[in-house]
Every structure is written in structure tokens, then in C-alpha cells.
Design a protein around this ligand. Sequence first.
Ligand SMILES: N[C@@H](CCC(=O)N[C@@H](CS)C(=O)NCC(=O)O)C(=O)O
Length: 209
Amino acid sequence: MEDQIILYIDSNYVSPYAMWAFVALKEKRLAFALKTVDLAAKQHREAGYERLTLTGKVPALVHGDFALAESSAIIEYLEDVFPAPAHPPLYPAGAQQRARARQIQAWLRSDLTALREERPTTVIFREPSPKPLSEAGRAAANKLVHVAASLLGEDAVNLFDDWCIADTELALTLNRLVANGDPVPESLRHYVQTQWARPSVQSWQRREA
Ligand SMILES: N[C@@H](CCC(=O)N[C@@H](CS)C(=O)NCC(=O)O)C(=O)O
């Protein structure tokens, strides 16, 4: 019998990191159970969850008797343990393209703090924010748009020849602006809309594992 897979996510379905791990599982065509963690009720601080994840963070993956937190570690683990061609790849084939995808992933997690604070993912999944961006928020938005436009040619719907997980991550980050009605060039809006229509992303929005 195959080891069971469980993904722990936030109960409000607004964690971008949880969404990226969920999309990775879906794109790999893996069956998994979803368990929700109520962050407001501090369920992630309960001893059992902290013991399981080491860090008490959401998302966390359980595969058999192995548990892992951190979305990037989860994504890399799935790619290692469920490789192509049996399971669709999460990364491009070439070493340089894989490296570029990982650069984008690491950058999205470590930079653009003002944008992440002023345009939380609730602007995508719940309702827009009426507040204009601060100077720091605008600077972060401009940097994101500049990097995305440099990577994506006019009318590109993927970063590379085929979809990869960095596309979902970049699209979600751009969607912090698009969904809120902040100015974004039309070609990037089209990229976001195309990425958002992927069945794996739609499944997250419909909350179905
Ligand atoms: N670097 C982590 C970030 C995970 C993270 O910050 N998750 C938030 C929810 S969006 C969380 O667990 N917050 C509870 C806490 O930090 O105590 C990842 O990529 O998985």
C-alpha cells in the first residue's frame, strides 16, 4: 500500500505558501487528504503540530511517517519523490532554467515585504483593499512588475516552454496587484488570468483536494 499523503493548510485558505504546496500536489496528480489549521485559534502552536512540523508553520506535508514544513522544501520533496515522467514535473528540465525558477521562488519569499503587507492575499481571495499603496509598497510593486516583464516576453503565458511551479508563485504575487485593481501592464494581467485558470489553482479556490 502506498504511503498516505496529508497536507496541512490554513483554515481560511489564504496562505500563499499553502496554496503553492497544494498546487504542487495537484499538478503531480497525487491523491491527498487536506487538514486545516486554525491560525487565529493558535492550533499551529499546539504541541502535536509543533512536534510534527518542528517550526509550527503552515503548510506542512505528511507522507507516511515523514513530516515536512516550508513550502519550498515540500515542493522540492515532491519533485524528488514523484519524478517525471510518471508524475508531471514541477520544474523545467534544463539546469539553468531550473535554477532561474528557484531564483524567482526564493526572491518572492524574501523580498517585496511592503507589497505583501499592503496587499495581503485576502485582496485576492476575499475583498480588495481600499488603501492606496505607500511609497514602499509602490516601489515593491514597480520592482515586481519590472522583474516579471523582463522574464516574460510580450504575451507569454509561462516563464519557460511549459508551466512550472514558479509560474503559480509569480502569478499569485502579481495577482496581489491585479485583483486589487492596482495598475499592471495588460500583458502581465493576461499572464495572471491564464495562470489563474489552471485547474490546480481553481481547485484551491473551490477548496477541493
Ligand atoms: N517560509 C514559509 C512561510 C510559511 C508561513 O509563514 N506560514 C504562515 C501562514 S501564511 C504561518 O504558518 N503563520 C503562523 C506563524 O508564523 O506562527 C513557507 O514557505 O512555507
